[in-house]
Design a protein around this ligand. Structure first.
Ligand code: ATP
Ligand code: ZN
Length: 213
């Protein structure tokens, strides 16, 4: 069991396809049949665990998974004791503040005394503190963009890629607070075999990335 590298990937979502593609491009073969929670690779001592992305940093910290692929936004927000060992270059997005369109905005200080809905209270709190802004953070787990229109908050802080979700909810993007991409995180308690397997995998990932550039 300890002679196998356990890799956590998102079960279903925006990271899943590219995470599995990367592992396959490294020449690792596995059966990712629908609904599976775990699968063993056939030609490399690895197992793949399919999890919710938010749970991946915790599993890696605990060593249940040895490494994981997750958005840097989630890795920073969950604040687990893990190492970021490689940046993967996919699932690029930004964490931004949006306010209702038409509301004038000159600087982050316009948010002083306002309430902001977000699923990223830690990242937002850090940014506000760094800028000396005191605002109320309302933590909600989903559908953040509707908060202003239902009177729950005056602004939102959420993941943006094209900006169309903000637009369709009558919001304008006014501050980018964090830029994210998928990263590989690793447990701090790998044994020699696991570290060696991770090094082999990283070597293959770097070769794949070099070949693409
Ligand atoms: P889960 O059910 O696993 O909790 P989720 O709904 O929280 O999934 P997704 O929407 O699948 O998460 O997003 C996973 C990660 O992909 C995000 O944390 C972020 O790093 C990245 N991401 C989110 N939205 C986009 C986007 N529009 N474009 C590119 N990457 C994105
Ligand atoms: Zn999630």
């Amino acid at each position: 069991m300890n002679e196998v590298l356990r890799i956590a990937v998102q079960k279903s979502g925006r990271l899943s396809e590219d995470s599995l593609k990367l592992i396959k491009e490294c020449g690792i073969r596995f059966d990712s049949g629908a609904g599976k929670l775990k699968t063993a690779a056939s030609n490399f001592p690895a197992e793949i665990l399919f999890l919710r992305d938010d749970d991946i940093p915790g599993y890696v910290e605990d060593g249940v998974a040895h490494i994981g692929i997750v958005g840097e936004n989630v890795s920073v927000e969950t604040n687990r004791e893990v190492d970021t060992v490689h940046r993967l270059g996919f699932s690029k997005c930004r964490l931004s503040i949006g306010i209702p369109r038409g509301v004038p905005y000159t600087s982050i200080h316009d948010l002083d005394g306002k309430s902001i809905a977000t699923s990223y209270p830690r990242l937002l709190g850090t940014y506000l503190a760094e800028n000396g802004v005191s605002a109320q953070i309302h933590e909600i787990s989903g559908s953040v963009e509707i908060a202003p229109s239902i009177g729950l908050a005056e602004a939102v802080c959420d993941i943006v890629s094209s900006g169309s979700t903000l637009l369709s909810n009558g919001l304008q993007e006014v501050e980018v607070i964090f830029r994210s991409e998928a990263v590989m995180i690793a447990s701090r308690n790998l044994n020699g075999t696991q570290q060696n397997l991770l090094d082999q995998l990283l070597f293959r990932i770097k070769s794949v990335q070099t070949a693409k550039n």
